[in-house]
Ligand binder design. Structure first.
Ligand code: S3P
Length: 172
């Protein structure tokens, strides 16, 4: 039996709306690990919300903060980490994740993602004149990068619980 995880942190990557946080929490519970969410940790460190950070500091500052926070989180290995959708796309952050963790891409198709992100409007990147088009563009740019994750799980219309079960099977 292959133990892919082998004491390493497990890091979930993928688009906003893919279910990284929900799946991550369930996965952490099943693995008996601590769950962390990089967006939440960045908000705590900066003492402001992500939309505030984008508005007041800009995306570049947000990304460097994101890299620092993820580097700090990944010093701990007994964890499951859900990352913000852009984290793995950043070369520095991706290299860091690839070097110490097992990365899992939660892949979902456009309609599912769009339906999910439309329910919550806290994503500054989608505050554009045509969010559908923006999401399409982000998907086209990012999928080839997410493909570099160690494991891919396709969420389709599976409940998050089923995705978590599949992942437990895949990594243990
Ligand atoms: C982003 C995704 C968000 C958050 C920020 C930027 C992105 O996280 O980090 O709004 O670039 O895709 P979620 O993927 O958790 O929504």
């Amino acid at each position: 039996l292959l133990h892919l995880l082998d004491g390493r942190p497990l890091v979930l990557v993928g688009m906003m709306g893919a279910g990284k946080t929900t799946v991550g929490r369930r996965l952490a519970a099943r693995l008996g690990r601590q769950f962390l969410d990089s967006d939440e940790e960045i908000e705590k460190a900066a003492q402001m919300s992500i939309p505030e950070m984008f508005a007041e500091l800009g995306e570049t500052e947000f990304r460097s903060g994101e890299t620092r926070v993820i580097a700090r989180i990944l010093r701990d290995s007994d964890i499951v980490l859900a990352t913000g959708g852009g984290a793995f796309v950043n070369a520095e952050t991706r290299a860091l994740i690839k070097s110490v963790a097992v990365s899992v891409w939660i892949k979902a198709d456009f309609e599912l993602l769009f339906a999910r992100v439309s329910r919550r409007s806290n994503r500054p990147l989608l505050k554009t004149a045509n969010p559908r088009e923006t999401l399409r563009k982000l998907i086209a740019e990012r999928y080839p990068v997410y493909e570099q994750a160690d494991v891919t799980v396709v969420s389709r219309d599976m409940p998050h619980e089923a995705v978590a079960s599949d992942l437990v099977e895949a990594v243990i």
